[in-house]
Design a binder for this molecule. Sequence first.
Ligand SMILES: Nc1nc2c(c(=O)[nH]1)N(C=O)[C@@H](CNc1ccc(C(=O)N[C@@H](CCC(=O)O)C(=O)O)cc1)CN2
Ligand SMILES: Nc1ncnc2c1ncn2[C@@H]1O[C@H](COP(=O)(O)OP(=O)(O)OP(=O)(O)O)[C@@H](O)[C@H]1O
Length: 176
Amino acid sequence: MAPQWVAEQSRIIHGHLLDWPSYRAARTIMLYLAMADEPQTDAVIIDALKADKTVCVPVLGQQYGIMEAAVISGLDDLVTGRLGLRMPDPARAKNIDPVLIDLVLVPGVAFDRGGNRLGMGAGYYDRFLTRAPQALLVGMAWSFQVVDAVPAATHDVSMHYLLTEEGIFRCGKGKM
Ligand SMILES: Nc1nc2c(c(=O)[nH]1)N(C=O)[C@@H](CNc1ccc(C(=O)N[C@@H](CCC(=O)O)C(=O)O)cc1)CN2
Ligand SMILES: Nc1ncnc2c1ncn2[C@@H]1O[C@H](COP(=O)(O)OP(=O)(O)OP(=O)(O)O)[C@@H](O)[C@H]1O
């Protein structure tokens, strides 16, 4: 993916988010620390902190497939971890109870219009999101990652909304 395309389209996605009342109302949000080809989130993090939201990001646990959410106060709190993924500096990270999170921006390989998500295959988000039953779940991806159907199993947690450069789309069985 051309870095310039990624940067431009990520700005468009950020704009959709800022226009969205559900996002503006969310006080505690969780988002991912993007890899190069994913919609970027650094500007969202900086803006959300300025807007006095509590911002948390994934911390992969020792145990494969288990993750926690840690509150960060800025991009300076991050260090590079496994797979080149950034993560909060363990010395500064403070985990938060997932039940306190209002809205989660969820990365994925593909999503379908019903909200089913195909991830990277470790089950991190499925396990984590069952602990955040109150949160508004927003799959965040490029529009070409949204397809008619992805395979879903009973453990898969589905999204309420999809957010792409084309806008915000409400999935079938979504929350308001
Ligand atoms: N930016 C971003 N962060 C994210 C995700 C994501 O999709 N995007 N995740 C979405 O779930 C979680 C991380 N998901 C992962 C899923 C699989 C493996 C994994 O299979 N690792 C193997 C192989 C590594 C390799 O290819 O070298 C391993 O650790 O042995 C690691 C992380 C949480 N953070
Ligand atoms: N809540 C859960 N409890 C127990 N096992 C689970 C749970 N969620 C997922 N798993 C297991 O984790 C494995 C990976 O799940 P899946 O393929 O759905 O991951 P994914 O959503 O693609 O991954 P990721 O969230 O890391 O991107 C599967 O073997 C699945 O059975």
